[in-house]
Design a protein around this ligand. Sequence first.
Ligand SMILES: NC(=O)c1ccc[n+]([C@@H]2O[C@H](COP(=O)([O-])OP(=O)(O)OC[C@H]3O[C@@H](n4cnc5c(N)ncnc54)[C@H](O)[C@@H]3O)[C@@H](O)[C@H]2O)c1
Ligand SMILES: [Zn+2]
Length: 358
Amino acid sequence: MVRLIVDAARGSYPVIIGSEVHRELRNLVRRLDPSSAVIVTDSNVRPWAHRVAKAIKPSGVKPSIYVVPAGERSKSMTALHDVLAFFERQKIDRAGLVIAVGGGTVGDLAGFAASVWLRGIRVVAVPTTLLAMVDSSVGGKTGVNGVRSKNAIGTFWPPSAVVADMACLETLPPVNYRDAFAEVVKYGVAMDRGIFELLQKECERLRARDRRALERVVFRCVTAKALVVARDERERGPRAILNYGHTAGHALEAASRFRVSHGRAVAFGMRVAAKIALSLELCGPRLVEAQDALLTEYGLPDRSPAVDPARVLAAIEHDKKARRGRVAWVMPRRLGHAEPGHVVPAGVVRRFVRKALA
Ligand SMILES: NC(=O)c1ccc[n+]([C@@H]2O[C@H](COP(=O)([O-])OP(=O)(O)OC[C@H]3O[C@@H](n4cnc5c(N)ncnc54)[C@H](O)[C@@H]3O)[C@@H](O)[C@H]2O)c1
Ligand SMILES: [Zn+2]
């Protein structure tokens, strides 16, 4: 088991990474000493929520459990309203605690609800997907989707603690597990060459969900994310590096009307970004080849999704991260190092997006 501390403007918080970490969870809740607690979870993760409730029982806290339907649709204003109504019925006061047990969907919804209930109460994240462990549970972004726009409504509300238990990953559906590796490869290419090498070396173990190997990967990804988030909590500058692969990736996701999953779209986005970087002589061919090979090894093959390139290009234009009409690309320079803020000529973008979808 390892513990690392993430700095946030509202105070730092621990991230505990291990296997079967019930005791740590119990001690943590004891230290937080809440007046009462609510576990927010989804219909697929309910057994893990019960495990968490049982684990913390000896601390004297008996949490109530609120279950939302599994899936992105629970990240809505309607679902938020229902969660808050539950808090109200349970008479959760300012010293109350929310425990989010689930993937990024539950984490974003429960974190948002905690941030606005009584102007903000504490939340502990127990991520149960690999994506939530390496990405969404750390950094303090919460929120729900607007009617048309993803993540449009939200807050910055860092958790009081994150407890990532590798045991949870055993029941995760294979597609969800595989997709998360797109984000892990992202950290390796854009921020930490050590992660890239770990992925190369431990491929077999990681594909078999070996807990020890997973702990190491999660630890390094959380460290990478924590370092940028500590410098730039509100995404005014350096945090943009986490968007590597997401410019073309988000565009593909939106253009496919979310038929292409986020992970596959980010893998596509990284392949496109690296090829653009190579053509602009920002990186060498070895990086492109190594990245492509690693993505393929983790089950994210270079198969072109059947999406109209014109729609993807239009979506890139609408990139919400576009500043004054310009899209800022994150470009890889060498393994483990990327740079945000690159403006890529429209003709180059067109050429590589069309080629990737041919
Ligand atoms: N806040 C952030 O910084 C941030 C960052 C990245 C992504 N996100 C958000 O995270 C969400 C995606 O997260 P996700 O990929 O974790 O999806 P998810 O939470 O929807 O989980 C995916 C599926 O797996 C199921 N599941 C979760 N854990 C399980 C387990 N241990 N065993 C069996 N089934 C399990 C869920 O019920 C769901 O059906 C998106 O809404 C995205 O916008 C937020
Ligand atoms: Zn992502």
